[in-house]
Design a protein around this ligand. Structure first.
Ligand code: PEP
Ligand code: MG
Length: 596
């Protein structure tokens, strides 16, 4: 269950100077304690201010601007030069495009005119020019060309960073030998966060975000303490400052006193000890005291996550979010690239089930970190299966890649965000078309590949029986199911306190889905964040769930709960919970479950 949100304005003391100690409260999205130095992820565009300059300083300002452009140019050239032979060709082309943009008069000359005409600072001038260019790009019909506006933004961001005196990208890179680096950002897009997987950060804190936003999910998958919705962390914390991050409580303490530091070091050791103890049950079967076996699967975002799945003792992958394969790319990954990724995961799992979800792009998951959705209400827009059905070629490519990979392991296909049977039937037709094309080419695949659907839209939950009839299995995506049932944007920290998996309406929809699966003999899993919350395990088992898929780091704590469970008791407790229509009665009842 997400921790209760305390508005971060509840600063226990304000930072009068750089060294004074203060604390902030946000939403802890990944537990554990980290102690380390703050590394501020700059968002230069947000930092630009406007000021006027007297006539006699204009030449200096123009010189400052020219120097910044030259510095960025040299930086980009240096980076291009240092690319290894194995670096993707697109990376070099990408840098080339940025260099070309930088050389273009619209970025290298026009801002100087603005400085002269408006007597303004260089950062402001180039930002004005960028806004103008972006507006022109916005009007372009061709989607690919329109997308290029993000390159302009990225180039300008680099120039502004130099003007603001931030270390040039590259020099600002994290020193790998510093073990305890805590990232402090205004926001981190899922596309940015996926890149952080390559670094060893100790913790991750942001000003904005909700508990089940994809950024938060990725933070959890980085397996480091993380807090979102701190609101002013980037403003109040200085680069290099010592900070404590308590991801369990959602608390950040900057410049702690020696006593507080000692106390947290102790807590950190205790937390790590608990984690170590949990490892003892890694190979223990997930079976209740009365002998009911539960399948514990793991969620992954990239093939490299399989190592964590294995370390967790999970007996399969219940959700592979393939959209992360599509992020930070200039072009969609082709069939071969996708096939290799899916095959790699299937082979690495040696016959254990691997449930691969088809593309769930849209809403807070955009291909490009800077992409802004044009849709007024992206979570309700052209997302997931809707997007795939509107772009059948993209869907066909992915379905072919999935089918081809199914020859190498136990792959199942999972369709996200179904709301109507017609979406499911169209998907099935496309799957048949993909199979046909492979048969014609004599390419082997599993003819009987299982097809499942995500139940994450209330319309699908209410009609779950109809979906169960036409599918091989169901998987409940509680993150979206809660978002859509309670009309709460999962990424918006302002309404995060209303986001509650125990809301009686949410529990009813889950229960309807479980019953539909049981009636038709189809398996039902939960793969949303609810599955990984050990405080909810007993409730979910009591409601009839026998399969849970979660982030690998939660598998052992959930298993511990299973080992302590008696089904009779859980069934009767769950009945009592479902009987209630009042959240205030449900919460204490569920808390009582966990006392045994
Ligand atoms: C969900 O919605 O619960 C889910 C598992 O999918 P995602 O979090 O990727 O939207
Ligand atoms: Mg979802």
């Amino acid at each position: 269950m997400p921790p209760k949100h305390t508005k971060p304005s509840a600063l226990s003391s304000s930072p009068a100077n750089a060294q004074s100690s203060f604390s902030m409260h946000g939403i802890g999205v990944s537990s554990g304690i980290a102690i380390g130095r703050a590394h501020l992820v700059s968002n230069a565009l947000l930092e630009v201010v406007h000021y006027q300059l007297p006539q006699h300083l204009l030449d200096n300002e123009i010189k400052r601007f020219e120097n910044a452009i030259n510095t960025v140019k040299k930086d980009l050239e240096r980076i291009r030069h240092s690319l290894s032979k194995n670096a993707p060709a697109e990376l070099s082309a990408f840098i080339g495009t940025h260099l070309m943009m930088l050389a273009d008069k619209s970025l290298s000359e026009v801002p100087k005119d603005i400085i002269r005409k408006e007597f303004c600072n260089a950062e402001w001038a180039i930002k004005q020019q960028m806004d103008d260019i972006v507006e022109q790009f916005e009007a372009i019909e061709d989607a690919y060309l329109r997308e290029r506006q993000h390159d302009v933004v990225q180039v300008v961001e680099r120039v502004i960073k130099v003007l603001l005196g931030h270390p040039a990208p590259g020099q600002a890179e994290i020193k790998q030998n510093e073990s305890a680096i805590i990232l402090v950002a205004h926001d981190i897009s899922p596309a940015d966060a996926i890149q952080f997987k390559q670094h060893n950060f100790a913790a991750f804190i942001t000003d904005v975000g909700g508990v089940t936003s994809h950024t938060a999910i990725l933070a959890r998958s980085l397996n480091i303490p993380s807090i979102v919705a701190l609101q002013r962390a980037r403003d109040l914390i200085n680069d290099g400052e010592l900070i404590i991050v308590d991801g369990t409580l959602g608390v950040v303490i900057a410049n702690p006193s020696a006593e507080i530091l000692a106390e947290y070091k102790l807590r950190q050791e205790q937390f790590e000890l608990e984690q170590q103890k949990l490892k003892r049950i890694k190979s223990t079967k997930a079976v209740t005291m009365c002998g009911t076996a539960i399948e514990l699967h793991a969620n992954i975002e990239v093939p490299e996550d399989v190592a964590a799945v294995k370390a967790s003792g999970a007996t399969g992958i219940g959700l592979y979010r393939t959209e992360f394969l599509f992020m930070n790319k200039r072009e969609m990954p082709n069939e071969e690239e996708q096939f290799k990724a899916y095959k790699q995961v299937a082979e690495a799992m040696h016959g254990l089930p691997v449930t691969i979800r088809t593309l769930d792009l849209g809403a807070d998951k955009q291909m490009n970190p800077d992409a802004v959705s044009e849709c007024a209400n992206p979570a309700l827009g052209l997302r997931a299966v809707r997007l795939c059905l509107s772009e059948p070629q993209i869907f066909h490519t992915q379905l072919r890649a999935l089918l081809r990979a199914s020859h190498y392991g136990n792959i199942k296909i999972l369709i996200p965000m179904l709301s109507t049977l017609s979406e499911l039937r169209q998907t099935k037709l496309l799957l048949e078309r993909a199979k046909l094309s492979l048969r014609k080419q004599n390419i082997p695949f599993n003819e009987n590949i299982a097809l499942g659907g995500m139940i994450e839209v209330p319309a699908a939950a209410i009609n779950a029986e109809a979906f169960a009839k036409e599918l091989d299995f169901l998987s409940i995506g509680t993150n979206d199911l809660i978002q859509y049932t309670l009309a709460i944007d999962r990424t918006d920290d302002a309404v995060a306190h209303l986001y509650n998996p125990l809301h009686p309406s949410v529990l009813k929809l889950i229960s309807i889905t479980i019953k539909a699966g049981a009636k038709l003999g189809k398996s039902v899993a939960v793969c949303g964040e609810m599955a990984g919350d050990a405080k909810l395990t007993k409730l979910l088992l009591g409601m009839g769930l026998r399969q849970l898929s979660m982030h690998p780091s939660n598998v052992l704590s959930v298993k511990q709960q299973i080992l302590r469970s008696q089904m009779d008791e859980l069934n009767s407790n769950a009945r009592k919970v479902l009987h209630h229509t009042d959240l205030e009665k449900i919460e204490p009842l569920v808390a009582k479950f966990n006392q045994y």
